[in-house]
Design a protein around this ligand. Sequence first.
Ligand code: MG
Length: 161
Amino acid sequence: MYRIGEGFDLHRLEAGRRLRIGCVDVPAPFGSVAHSDGDVLAHAIVDALLGAIGEGDIGRHFSPDDPKWKGADSRVFLSEAARRVAARGGRIANIDSTVILEAPRLAPHVPSMRAELASALGCEPTAVSVKAKSAEGVGTVGEGAAVEARAVVLVWLPEPR
Ligand code: MG
């Protein structure tokens, strides 16, 4: 049977931080405020995967209060979410996602993001879609104070016996 999962994440942006999106370091004078590497797209995808298999959310598995995850590479979270899908005998059919950031333009980085995310998840880059938009100057994201990501995944799971 196919199961759908939805994920959302938002991080505040601050000068002098690292801007890591979709397992790619994006050159910018600011980056995500976060306990881990602040990869908003990876976090949205992890939440979508965990949601699809009914196993909670990223905070339940990787608590932001746990010093173990300080500065953690979000590839670890992606790999663990994919491992949980595989442990159920499932596989990722496809992932669609959107990152909303006012600047810089992410389009040049999208092919690398797809490749890096797919590698962390153990699936084909063609199964991972990444779209980038700006917020047209509207709201917190439009003012450049935050970055946002949304993800939808389709997971195939064997029928429960
Ligand atoms: Mg996050």
